[in-house]
Design a protein around this ligand. Structure first.
Ligand SMILES: *Cc1c(COP(=O)(O)O)cnc(C)c1O
Length: 420
């Protein structure tokens, strides 16, 4: 199946006479006929046991996303932040380190630099555009993961995934890619050597601003037996001695994430949330086409305006990341455009407050056009130094183009710019 078809048909196949739409299984628990049957499930979780870590509705969505990304398994989480956190905790313990590119989502910067540090895990940030030699210098014997973002939120830098995957593999660690802005419709990081993909499904995947969610997808390709990951190859005493690589083969990573981390942290989405996410996924491929089309037109409009100091959108020929956008995103740069207005922060705020159709909100990649000033909102917690590393200019506006008629979107921009 191609992507459009997978969006509609992967994950759930109705039985003869069964519901045509994936049902919401609103139950925390599952009934079994014998103690022995339940006991067996604690040896190998082949059926649903408890909805803190598995549920049939969520499972159908997990299968759909795994299929879209080309992975062997996926696990949904109650937010994108939870997905990023668990993707790393599945590899790193106190005393370990990870390497991350600097141009990633502000919440992830904070998670890695502040919260993981409190847990004894060190994050070393690198410049994704640096030479492989310089990036390699950040890796230490205790480094267990390399993290990057396909299209950075909000800097919109496009990542050279193949280059970073090669560096990660030379150090025997997996590359984790946050593929939120690209979605598997624009980019499938596993095709370029990535090993793990994470998403905030709160963005394009859900698409309608209905519920927060996240997902971790396993490519099934990384060699956990390379000597660097004893937690995968030695008995897990917290699971009566299971050896993940022996018991679960190429699904070792995603099963371990569920059996150790989801079991203990319990940040699993509700069935109803998964049902809503599925509605978003059903139209994802069709929506992405239009987001990109509208995004391109808005970026071109901004580029031609004399009120704008700079536009950052990888679909523009003038953009630093145009070539990487062709290679990794098929030339389609999503619906998110970053601009810096002439006149700095004050002009930025005036422009945003003057918009009538586009709404001021803490969201992005929504079906409706929305705007945000990262330096005073999502990235407020970052120091000036971290802002620069994350590619955030204090006057930058993140303009998230929705699915309204493009002429209405541009007229709104025009009327607000005219007041500056
Ligand atoms: C929003 C976002 C996150 C965090 O996701 P939540 O669902 O808000 O927790 C992570 N990465 C990227 C790229 C994001 O845009």
């Amino acid at each position: 199946m191609r992507d459009e078809t997978k969006c509609l048909h992967s994950g759930y196949t109705p039985e003869n006479g069964g519901p045509g739409v994936m049902p919401i299984v609103q139950s925390t628990t599952y009934r079994f006929d014998s103690t022995e049957h339940i006991g067996d499930l604690f040896n190998k979780p082949t059926e649903y046991m408890y909805s803190r870590f598995a549920n049939p509705t969520v499972d159908a969505v997990e299968k759909k996303i795994a299929d879209l990304e080309g992975g062997v398994g996926a696990m949904c989480t109650s937010s994108g932040q939870a997905a990023s956190l668990l993707s790393v905790l599945n590899l790193c313990s106190a005393g370990d380190s990870l390497v991350s590119t600097g141009t990633i989502y502000g919440g992830t910067v904070n998670l890695f630099a502040v919260t993981l540090k409190k847990l004894g895990i060190e994050c070393i940030f690198v410049d994704a555009d640096d030479t492989p030699e310089n990036i390699s210098n950040a890796f230490k014997p205790n480094t267990k993961a390399f993290f990057c973002e396909t299209v950075a939120n909000p800097a919109l830098d496009v990542c050279d995934i193949s280059k970073l995957a090669e560096i990660a593999h030379a150090h025997k660690v997996p590359l984790i890619v946050d593929n939120t802005f690209a979605t598997p419709i624009l980019c499938k990081p596993f095709d370029f050597g990535a090993d793990i993909v994470v998403h905030s499904t709160s963005k394009y995947m859900d698409g309608h601003a209905l519920q927060c969610g996240g997902v971790i997808v396993d490519s099934g390709k990384f060699d956990w037996c390379n000597g660097n990951y004893p937690e995968f190859t030695e008995p897990d005493e917290s699971y009566h001695g299971i050896v993940y690589t022996e018991e679960f083969g190429n699904q070792a990573y995603i099963v371990k994430a569920r059996m150790q981390l989801m079991r203990d942290f319990g940040c699993y989405p509700a069935a109803h949330s998964a049902f809503l996410l599925n509605l978003g996924l059903e139209t994802l491929a069709v929506r992405m086409e239009r987001y990109c089309e509208n995004g391109q037109k808005v970026a071109e409009y901004f580029e031609a305006s004399d009120k704008i100091e700079s536009v950052h959108y990888a679909g523009l020929k003038s953009d630093k990341f145009y070539d990487l956008c062709q290679k990794y995103l098929g030339g389609k740069a999503s619906g998110v455009v970053s601009i810096v207005i002439k006149g700095g922060k004050q002009a930025a705020i005036k422009f945003m407050d003057g918009l009538k159709l586009a709404s001021n909100e803490v969201h992005v990649a929504d079906i409706r056009t929305c705007v945000l000033h990262p330096a005073s909102a999502t990235h407020r917690q970052l120091t000036d130094e971290q802002l620069v590393a994350a590619g955030v200019n204090p006057g930058m506006i993140r303009f998230s183009v929705g699915l309204e008629n493009i002429e209405d979107i541009i007229e709104d921009i025009e009327q607000s710019l005219s007041k500056i």
